[in-house]
Design a protein around this ligand. Structure first.
Ligand code: SF4
Ligand code: SF4
Length: 202
């Protein structure tokens, strides 16, 4: 059984937001919902100031607190490590939004479109069918693409090849080989969540 995960090389990330936009286009997330974000920090002082970028997404944790607190079983961890939400079971209590230490869950208050004065576009009308109002939503690791043998949209779109996706349980996979060569860290490991997203420091 694979254990899917991702390595993000912060030396390569140029903060272009292609991953953010690719995720939106692929998953047609509502205007108020972002499954992929790039956090920007300014370091240093003029004339040596610079920006650093930290792309963040659901970590598809080994021990996901969002699953533990879910009272209906809507959030569940698949055998391949992907943490998923069954929207038919989600009652919108929001416990998981509070429990996720990475702030990777969004309560879908309304399926807002990008052009409120003009109603939903045909794409939004179609895409929003999979974003049930009153439920909680988050990154699926593009499970629909993975099941077809394709890579997540954010990985394919990254022009810097900063995002490397694959099976972390396979020592010969691209992310495993990369982690064997380069030091990497995960976020908030002290919480014992077991994130499956690794960062190679800049
Ligand atoms: S990052 Fe948050 S939403 Fe994703 S699996 Fe971990 S606890 Fe759950
Ligand atoms: S697409 Fe790649 S380079 Fe651009 S912001 Fe995302 S991770 Fe960084």
């Amino acid at each position: 059984m694979p254990r899917y995960g991702m390595v993000i090389d912060l030396k390569r990330c140029v903060g272009c937001y292609a991953c953010v936009m690719a995720c939106k286009a692929e998953n047609v997330t509502p205007a108020n919902v972002f499954w992929n974000k790039v956090l920007v920090e300014e370091k240093g002082a003029y004339p040596n100031a610079r920006l650093t970028f930290l792309p963040v997404l659901c970590n598809h944790c080994d021990n996901p607190p969002c699953e533990t607190v879910c009272p209906t079983g809507a959030t569940y961890r698949r055998p391949d490590g992907i943490v998923a939400v069954n929207q038919d079971k989600c009652m919108g209590c929001g416990y998981c939004v509070v429990a996720c230490p990475y702030q990777q869950r969004t309560f879908n208050h309304k399926t807002a479109g990008y052009f409120p004065a003009r109603g939903l576009t045909p794409l939004e009308e179609q895409g929003y069918k999979s974003h049930t109002r009153g439920t909680v939503t988050k990154c699926t690791l593009c499970v629909h693409r993975i099941s077809q043998g394709r890579q997540p949209a954010c990985v394919v779109a990254c022009p810097a090849r900063a995002r490397i996706f694959g099976d972390l349980s396979d020592p010969g996979s691209e992310p495993s080989r990369l982690l064997g060569r380069r030091p990497a860290h995960r976020l908030l490991t002290g919480l014992n969540t077991g994130p499956a997203v690794y960062y190679i420091p800049e």
